[in-house]
Design a binder for this molecule. Structure first.
Ligand SMILES: Nc1ncnc2c1ncn2[C@@H]1O[C@H](COP(=O)(O)OP(=O)(O)OP(=O)(O)O)[C@@H](O)[C@H]1O
Ligand SMILES: [Mg+2]
Length: 351
């Protein structure tokens, strides 16, 4: 294989990689595991997240992305380098990489990602906003004049954008998404049931019995945790109504952000959205009845993208195939030496 281009969705929860001509070749948790004793890297991705269950005390598992941005530089570099070198091992030339950033990322955050991707083995990298990639991946054309709205509900951020002619017209990124729903469940179970549960259990509850509206038929789920007062292990049953009520304030924050973007959308594009509807992508799109919730709050028809978890990565693939159009809107590949261009913020010269 000579050299092919690659698309990377570097998310808070998972990293998904698209290879030109092949499609999605990798989807793994965005985590790295280190030996506590000496800080040696032990594993990345799926292997790293499996390790935490087996040897909690000896192994430190790091999720290096927080709310869509890099919070641990070294762990992100280990993950990117590990996966890119695995994928590119038979390539003669280094790949050009399209990588996503949240729509409200600062210049410094963009520079960090660009620096990491090129340090991890890319010849050049092109940054595109996550909701633009999500829209492209959901099949909302890259060059059509119609406006369309995409809401990407990930683990750390919900990115909302109105897209037209292959670029973003209005956008907003809020730090309320899947993780915030899990945290709301943890708080509820501790406060109302006196039981402490971990993030993994909370996520499982959300996936099994969570819903974006009150369910017509109540569901129950048995869970294990630790009693808040005695510290002893306990088993309790939670039901779908209490879980919905626990998540509701966070869901409302997401819906309000969507309403605000709709309010600031230029009138011609609003008309288009009324016709084309809102498209939901990201793991949050899998929460039952989330489409109904948006329809109820906004009055706009809402659809869930096909394969919402992989939509952004597919979009990076579409971007790779349409770089001629995207480059007209400033989406270009940059080499490591060009990254100074992103140093526009006063404090970004500090490093
Ligand atoms: N069936 C499901 N029901 C509800 N939520 C789900 C379901 N499946 C996955 N999720 C949630 O989706 C989120 C992960 O989505 P995704 O992979 O799109 O995030 P990400 O791209 O890694 O994060 P970000 O875009 O914020 O950086 C997690 O919070 C996960 O709990
Ligand atoms: Mg994402």
């Amino acid at each position: 294989m000579p050299g092919v281009n690659i698309g990377v969705d570097l998310g808070t929860t998972s990293i998904v990689i698209y290879v030109e001509g092949k499609g999605i070749v990798l989807s793994e948790p965005c985590v790295a595991a280190y030996r506590r004793e000496d800080g040696a890297l032990m594993a990345i991705g799926k292997k790293a997240s499996e390790m935490v269950e087996k040897a909690r005390d000896e192994i430190l598992v790091i999720k290096p992305m927080t709310n869509g941005i890099v919070s641990d530089f070294t762990a992100t570099r280990h993950i990117l380098t590990g996966f890119l070198s695995r994928i590119c091992k038979n390539m003669i030339f280094r790949p050009n990489v399209v990588v996503c950033v949240p729509s409200m990322a600062t210049d410094l955050e963009k520079r960090t990602i660009l620096d990491l991707v090129t340090a991890a083995g890319a010849a050049k990298a092109c940054l595109i906003e996550e909701p633009l990639a999500a829209a492209l991946g959901a099949g909302l054309g890259s060059d059509r004049p119609m406006g369309s709205m995409v809401v990407d509900i990930g683990g750390g951020t919900t990115d909302i954008a109105v897209i037209t002619m292959g670029c973003i017209s209005v956008s907003r990124s809020v730090k309320v998404a899947g993780n915030a729903l899990d945290e709301a469940i943890i708080r509820h179970v501790r406060r109302e049931r006196d039981v402490i549960i971990g993030a993994r259990t909370a996520e499982e509850i959300k996936k099994r019995i969570g819903c974006a509206r009150l369910r017509g038929v109540e569901l129950g789920m048995a869970i294990k945790g630790k009693h808040f007062v005695t510290g002893l292990p306990v088993s309790i049953e939670v039901n779908s109504s209490e879980i919905y009520l626990a998540m509701r304030p966070q869901l409302e924050l997401i819906a309000e952000a969507v309403q605000e973007v709709l309010e600031t959308t230029p009138p011609e594009l609003s008309g288009d959205i009324a016709e084309t509807g809102i498209c939901i992508t990201g793991g949050g799109a899998l929460l039952p009845e989330i489409d109904e919730m948006f329809r109820e709050k906004t009055g706009v028809r809402t659809v869930i993208a096909e394969d919402p978890l992989n939509c952004v990565a597919f979009g990076t693939g579409v971007a790779l195939a349409h770089m001629d159009i995207l480059s007209q809107n400033g989406y270009v590949f940059r080499a490591r030496g060009d990254i100074g261009e992103y140093m526009c913020e006063p404090d970004s010269t500090a490093d």
